[in-house]
Write a protein that binds this ligand. Structure first.
Ligand SMILES: Cc1cc2nc3c(=O)[nH]c(=O)nc-3n(C[C@H](O)[C@H](O)[C@H](O)COP(=O)(O)OP(=O)(O)OC[C@H]3O[C@@H](n4cnc5c(N)ncnc54)[C@H](O)[C@@H]3O)c2cc1C
Length: 291
């Protein structure tokens, strides 16, 4: 089922994001996590597209596993990194053949060792171009794009970033999935700014439960998401106690999701980091509508 149908047919579009694991053992652990999370009836499970190229080929394999084993629609993430338009088109054909009907259309980060994103020769520079390519080649493909409530790290200003987001939507995106954030007011302001610009597709908040403070600090240092001082101080105080960090992170995410639900979000996209324990606790507390 493609994205627009999911948003039209469900009261709440819950999605879980995973990444292709590096070892067979972590693959088995991921399968157990996804089977467990599937009890909460996600509308779809998305699989990331390896930044450095190492796990890239696995994205479609995992999408097939999701659709066959979980009987749940999959969304394949897809980036412009190091690929020509011919290569991008060939991968899209493969995805369609594999039964994938939803793509997260992304530019991608600069490959390791490079500071600035440079399009491959004969490739694409922005996610809006990839979105247009997908929409042209597969008019019936569901397309998600990334949005940044606290601005993309490279963007010169929030205004220019929002204009570029509008270009992506106009190129054919069906929905926006946001970068992880911890301050709901940032998301709500972003939603208003999108609306003022004439962006009317569903905007789904991206939530990453904090279970390991050191890891989240590394992630937020890269993507620019702000950890509020109050939360950061609480986590800093228990930095030697992983169980306490987990509890604080889960409790914070539950409160964050409850407030977002009350603000009428159309769904939540969980960055589950291939684990199920935190998301399960959060989903049990939220008691979301299943269909
Ligand atoms: C939900 C989600 C899922 C993700 N999944 C993956 C994944 O699977 N694999 C992966 O490698 N990365 C993933 N990322 C990270 C993403 O690739 C990076 O954030 C990347 O730096 C930007 O990608 P984008 O699609 O937002 O790019 P774009 O929309 O192209 O924007 C990138 C930057 O360029 C600017 N820009 C856009 N268009 C123009 C233009 N026409 N002229 C000038 N400037 C412009 C924007 O303002 C922004 O600063 C994901 C991010 C999110 C939020």
């Amino acid at each position: 089922m493609r994205l627009t149908e999911l948003f039209n047919s469900r009261r709440f579009v819950l999605s879980i994001e995973m990444f292709p694991p590096k070892t067979a053992e972590s693959g088995e652990s991921l399968k157990r996590s996804l089977l467990s999370l599937n009890r909460f009836h996600p509308a779809f499970v998305s699989c990331t597209y390896g930044a450095g190229g190492s796990t890239r080929g696995q994205t479609l394999d995992w999408c097939q596993w999701i659709q066959q084993t979980l009987q749940c629609p999959a969304m394949a993430h897809f980036t412009c990194v190091s690929s020509t338009v011919t290569e991008l088109s060939a991968w899209l054909d493969e995805a369609w053949q594999a039964g994938v009907r939803n793509i997260m259309s992304l530019r991608g980060d600069p490959p390791a060792g490079q500071q600035v994103f440079t399009a491959a020769e004969g490739g694409l520079s922005h996610a809006s171009e990839l979105t247009a390519l997908i929409r042209r080649r597969y008019p019936d493909m569901g397309i998600g794009v990334a949005g940044y409530p606290e601005k993309h790290v490279e963007a010169a200003s929030m205004d220019s970033d929002l204009q570029h987001l509008k270009t992506k939507v106009d190129a054919g995106a069906d929905a926006i999935f946001t970068q992880l954030f911890f301050i709901n007011d940032s998301f709500l302001k972003f939603r208003d700014q999108c609306s003022a610009l004439g962006i009317h597709v569903p905007i789904v908040p991206g939530i990453m439960p904090i279970t390991d403070f050191a890891r989240i600090r590394r992630i937020t240092a890269m993507c620019g998401s702000v950890i509020p001082a109050e939360l950061s101080n609480r986590l800093e105080a228990v930095k030697e106690d992983s169980a306490a960090q987990f509890e604080i992170g889960v409790e914070y995410a539950i409160r964050q999701c409850q407030q977002l639900q009350a603000a009428g979000v159309p769904g939540i996209h969980f960055y589950a980091l291939n684990k199920s324990d935190a998301c399960e606790r959060i989903l049990q507390a939220l008691n979301l509508p299943v269909a």
